[in-house]
Design a protein around this ligand. Structure first.
Ligand code: GLC
Length: 590
């Protein structure tokens, strides 16, 4: 166990690796990653040097939204394994000193969840219907939805059921929103937290944490529809009928009681796309404990935006009663950071849409400037991993994977692709969810249907055959042939690879930075407008030392402060200067 993980407040500076289970590693050859696949790769994760793994949903699901449509919160999707597999995975993770975090989806269930089936059967006005948000429609016979709200995945946010009532869904039709004013919902989730905690889980990631509390009754739905839209997630003065409402915090205070039944108390991290000034409310240690700071994920590779992202993250953490900042550059919902940094920097409030529009403009596929994207992603890794607080790495980020923008339409899975504008450029989020390449030598042949993608072998994602000896199914999303250069086994032996850089950075971080237990202090080093540089207290060979991280965004190389260089993301200039788009870690001379 790392020194960090032996502390009760391990999460305050943990490096958490996000596993998207269906695309991580497939052991049984059905083309879907599974729980046993995670167990098999615990050694890889341990070697990488992370403190914890967070599993995106692995529960029974019809996969209307990649598993975020949960049929049963207290079980494993049979295609991914069994509860015994889960227990074995937790034992393997704990045996290697890694913590386990699972994803909880409390804003909506699957429409196949027992509660929703009961609601449909029981009919209007019933107690079962009160667990969801059912309303009568407008028009003479209620044939029009209660208002004009559009779901975040496109199309109306209301769906009519057989007896004529309508139910509300922020996301896909298959994801009815639950009613958090109903006590059964509170019980269902408290029981769920206890269930997983009893199975050894150390923490929870809370999906759409800013959306649970809804007020659809203080005005007519027609009025609300005229005033607000579902899309307006960052409306933050408490007036939105569904986002970031003050009552949502009562729910988290109640959950905290459950988390505190355990020793050490379970922790949770909120996915809350709220303004930085509100993040700390979710991160209170009387509530969830931590909140994602998405400012990094939203920033371009731009010195001012990056500096602001860091300041806002630190300010947000400082406002809490004992939480820490969190750093996120990518996840399963946004285009991969190596791609974003390799695109022209186009000002926009929606960087992620811009990235997709750029890659798929004019009905063609364009690729990012890969050398530039990689160079900046390397610099960004050091910039991020030296910061105080906790960092979240999305699977494949450590391999430097790029977005796969050109998955053919008929192979896409994300409802976001099908339900929105259907604009040629908006292919949804599958481009960052392609099954990982593990073994370069297990190379597929160019597919008959598209020579850029593989067929046959799977870069070690799936075995060649299923357990009964028949050929394995194709991976659920196709892998591009260029994945070969990013396979984990190839990168593991390449001193210049992204994997080697992450490995070295996480080792230094654990030895020098987290060992101090200090998860909050940072001092800025002023090295000019084009440079982001900071120092932190460190321990080196048992003595106190000063760590520095320097990132150069400017065109001219900059002289590094005097000290011992630990790690650089790129070769230094001949005179020892740090070149453009590069970072260095040092221990400063006393
Ligand atoms: C969160 C998840 C996303 C999912 C949505 C609905 O934003 O990260 O993948 O589609 O919630 O559950």
């Amino acid at each position: 166990m790392t020194a960090n993980n032996s502390r009760d407040d391990w999460w305050k500076q943990a490096v958490v690796y996000q596993v998207y289970p269906r695309s991580f590693k497939d052991v049984n050859g059905d083309g879907l990653g599974d729980i046993a696949g995670i167990t098999e790769k615990i050694g890889y994760l341990k070697t990488l040097g992370v403190d914890a793994i967070w599993l995106s949903p692995f529960y029974p699901s019809e996969l209307a939204d990649g598993g975020y449509d949960v049929i049963d919160y207290r079980n494993v999707d049979p295609r991914l394994g069994t509860m015994d597999d889960f227990d074995a995975m937790v034992a393997a993770a704990h045996g290697s000193g890694l913590k386990v975090i699972v994803d909880i989806v409390p804003n909506h269930t699957s429409n196949k969840h027992r509660f929703f089936k009961e609601a449909l059967k029981a009919g209007r006005g019933s107690a079962a219907r009160d667990r969801y948000i059912f309303r009568e429609g407008r028009g003479k016979n209620g044939e029009l939805p209660p208002n004009d709200w559009q779901s975040l995945f496109g199309g109306p946010a209301w769906e009519r059921v057989d007896d004529g009532q309508w139910y509300f869904h922020i996301f896909a039709v298959e994801q009815p929103d639950v009613n958090w004013k109903n006590p059964d919902i509170h019980e269902e989730f408290k029981e769920t937290f206890r269930f997983w905690s009893d199975h050894g889980v150390d923490g929870f990631r809370i999906d759409v944490a800013h959306g649970l509390a809804k007020d659809f009754d203080s005005k007519s739905l027609e009025e609300l529809g005229a005033e607000f839209s579902v899309q307006d997630q960052e409306s933050h003065d408490g007036s939105s009928p569904m986002w970031d409402r003050p009552e949502v915090h009562d729910i988290y205070k109640e959950w905290r009681q459950v988390f505190n039944e355990y020793n050490p108390p379970r922790f949770a991290v909120a996915e809350a796309w709220v303004v930085p000034e509100h993040q700390h409310l979710y991160a209170s240690t009387d509530e969830l404990g931590q909140v994602f700071n998405f400012e990094f994920a939203k920033a371009d590779w731009d010195v001012d935006q990056m500096r602001t992202a860091i300041t806002e993250g630190l300010d947000s953490a400082a406002r809490t009663n004992g939480s820490t900042s969190t750093w996120v550059m990518s996840n399963h919902d946004i285009p991969r950071n190596a791609t974003r940094y390799g695109l022209p920097q186009i000002p926009s409030t929606d960087k992620h849409q811009i990235a997709k529009d750029w890659l798929l403009r004019d009905g063609k596929t364009y690729f990012e400037d890969r050398a530039l994207g990689t160079r900046r992603a390397r610099a960004a890794a050091l910039l991020e991993l030296g910061l105080p607080g906790s960092a979240y790495i999305y699977q494949g980020e450590e391999l430097g994977l790029f977005e796969v923008p050109d998955i053919p339409w008929d192979r896409l899975e994300d409802p976001n692709a099908f339900r929105t504008s259907q604009a040629a450029s908006d292919k949804g989020r599958d481009g960052c969810r392609v099954p990982l390449p593990w073994i370069a030598g297990d190379e597929p042949k160019p597919a008959k249907w598209d020579k850029n993608f593989g067929e046959g072998a799977t870069f070690g994602f799936s075995p060649a055959t299923k357990t009964d000896g028949t050929p394995a199914a194709a991976p659920h999303l196709p892998q591009p042939l260029w994945f070969k250069d990013f396979a984990a086994d190839k990168e593991a032996t390449d001193p210049t690879s992204m994997l080697t850089l992450y490995h070295a950075a996480l080792k230094d971080r654990a030895e020098l930075l987290t060992a101090t237990g200090d998860h909050a202090s940072l001092d800025w080093l002023d090295m000019g407008d084009d440079v982001i540089a900071y120092t932190r207290p460190a321990v080196y060979q048992g003595s106190q030392a000063t760590f520095a991280s320097v990132t150069n965004f400017g065109t001219a190389p900059v002289a590094l402060p005097k000290g011992r260089i630990l790690l650089t993301s790129a070769e230094l200039a001949e005179d020892g200067g740090l070149p453009q788009d590069a970072s260095a870690w040092l221990l400063l001379d006393k």
